[in-house]
Design a protein around this ligand. Structure first.
Ligand SMILES: Cc1ncc(C[n+]2csc(CCOP(=O)(O)OP(=O)(O)O)c2C)c(N)n1
Ligand SMILES: [Mg+2]
Length: 495
């Protein structure tokens, strides 16, 4: 039976901590995290001055040429000689024209009135690049994917989109508390990468994590219930939107503090290598993917982890989801060299730029990078140029970004693009795709129904897993602190 969302009771979700005296900060409880997040995330705290779309109208450098193939092997073997110049560096690849950030160039010129001088690094770009060539051939022999693969990618992207469109509805109906950040528009990245992984491989995400969890196989029910704060959620309702976690699927967390997940991912990759090389578990070839945004790349943890990953040749792929904005801060305005992929070669690993609105191109690059990690050849930095179709979070009215820019990227919707490819290449019919849309609608409806009917966590769960030594903390079913119970002898933590 399909649930009519118009009839959902919007008042059944009390914020647990609101009714309970809390003598200590509940570091990991969803409401408090949400509160902290509010301080960080609130669009209300942004300066009220009009947005400056870009500070540098005409001073962008002449675009360099980019290489025509992703060729990480060029980076795998030899170290960079210290005295190598860009002329004689064997790793320097002549570059060809690329659409990189060029997509916004016109808009930048149009909308910018500021005239800041931007000092740019000169010299040849030392980087491999995207340009997984589009195959124009109609022959099925030369297609980038099989029919089955195409349908799987389509289904996963539609799941991500439909699931989150539903999240927006539920959020505005008061079913979710805290902040909720959607991934609309960026689905090609999650799908293009994660659908190539094995169960044992790990994924680390940010607060924009629902779709990564879904792509990795966490059920729509478990993710929706987590968003609803219910016991059936993948963190038993204790994590909420920004903290998806699944041990079974090796989703090692969504992280609310930017850059926080990158060291965790680096540690997971280190674990794989340690198991294989030190503990001699020969079949341990697990790969870790770390997803994070463009703004996060200006954070120190990014650089530290790139260094360690390259130094120890860890099986990790750093996937930058460059949606050109960090809340209301333009990437071009905040970053000394906006071409993030170029930072890979600075640490001795390949850096690749790819059109993140094209799932097939993302997938081709992902195959190379994941394969490289699995073969023990070390890390790769992949920058996916993308765009979020909604505000930073559902609390953001999204008034800062230029409508022309939004329209520009809306026309590149990755789902529409894949649909077109599948139909034009006779890999799927309209009817095939409609059937998938319908199936996903049902999955999402059912997930909402399930989440809505699931129980809220008991009060006693509120302080679980918060303190290293749980003795003395926790609230019993009677609402009293367990430590005040004379019979209290055991800890309260249960996982
Ligand atoms: C350490 C830290 N500093 C600041 C913030 C506040 N903050 C939340 S999101 C965000 C922008 C991140 O932008 P980006 O990395 O591009 O990711 P996107 O939201 O675009 O996916 C910032 C600065 C935070 N969460 N953590
Ligand atoms: Mg961003």
């Amino acid at each position: 039976m399909s649930l009519s969302h118009h009839h959902l009771n919007t008042n059944i979700l009390p914020t647990l901590s609101a009714t309970i005296p809390t003598p200590f900060p509940l570091v990991f409880s969803a409401p408090i995290v949400s509160f902290l997040s509010f301080i960080f995330y609130s669009p209300l705290s942004l300066p009220s001055s009009p947005p400056i779309f870009s500070p540098f109208p005409s001073s962008l450098p002449t675009r360099k040429k980019m290489a025509t193939a992703f060729s990480p092997s060029k980076f795998a073997a030899q170290p960079f000689p210290l005295n190598t110049t860009s002329q004689n560096n064997p790793l320097t690849i002549p570059t060809t024209a690329s659409p990189f950030l060029g997509s916004t160039r016109k808009l930048i010129r149009l909308s910018s009135s500021s005239n800041l001088n931007i000092r740019r690094r000169s010299g040849t770009v030392v980087a491999v690049s995207d340009v997984v060539k589009e195959n124009k051939s109609k022959s099925t022999l030369n297609l980038l994917i099989t029919k089955e693969e195409g349908l799987e990618l389509y289904e996963d992207m539609v799941l991500g989109r439909a699931f989150e469109d539903m999240c927006a509805q539920m959020y505005y109906r008061g079913k979710m508390f805290g902040f909720v950040h959607l991934y609309n528009g960026q689905e090609a990245i999650s799908t293009g990468f994660i659908k190539l992984l094995k169960q044992q491989d790990s994924v680390v995400s940010t607060y924009r994590d629902h779709v990564h969890a879904l792509s990795k196989g966490v059920s729509a029910r478990a993710v929706m219930s987590e968003l609803f704060g219910k016991t059936t959620g993948c963190c038993r309702g204790q994590g909420g939107s920004m903290h998806m976690f699944s041990r079974e699927h090796n989703v090692l967390g969504g992280f609310a503090f930017i850059g926080e997940g990158i060291p965790v991912a680096t540690g997971a990759a280190f674990t794989s290598k340690y198991k294989r090389e030190v503990l001699k578990e020969a079949d341990c070839d697990h790969v870790t993917l770390a997803f994070f945004g463009d703004g996060t790349c200006n954070n120190g943890q990014f650089f530290e982890c790139l260094n360690m990953a390259a130094l120890w040749k860890l099986p990790i792929v750093f996937v930058v989801e460059n949606n050109l904005w960090a809340i209301g801060m333009s990437h071009l305005r905040a970053t000394s060299d906006p071409q993030i992929y170029k930072k890979g070669p600075a640490f001795g690993m390949p850096g690749v730029h790819v059109n993140g609105m094209d799932v097939l191109k993302v997938r081709e690059v992902a195959k190379e990078a994941i394969g490289r990690a699995r073969r023990g050849e070390g890390p790769t930095l992949v920058e996916c140029e993308t765009y979020r179709f909604r505000g930073h979070s559902l609390a953001d009215p999204d008034e800062l970004r230029d409508p022309a820019e939004k329209a520009h990227y809306a026309a590149r919707d990755p789902i529409t693009a894949l649909k077109k490819y599948l139909i034009e290449n006779s890999l799927a019919s309209e009817a095939d795709l409609k059937a998938i849309d319908k199936k996903i609608d049902e999955v999402v409806e059912e997930a909402v129904e399930f989440a809505d009917e699931s129980p809220v966590p008991p009060r006693s769960q509120l302080l679980e897993n918060v303190f290293a030594d749980p003795k003395g903390f926790g609230i019993g079913p009677d609402g009293q602190y367990r430590c005040e119970d004379p019979k209290f002898t055991e800890g309260t933590a249960q996982v």
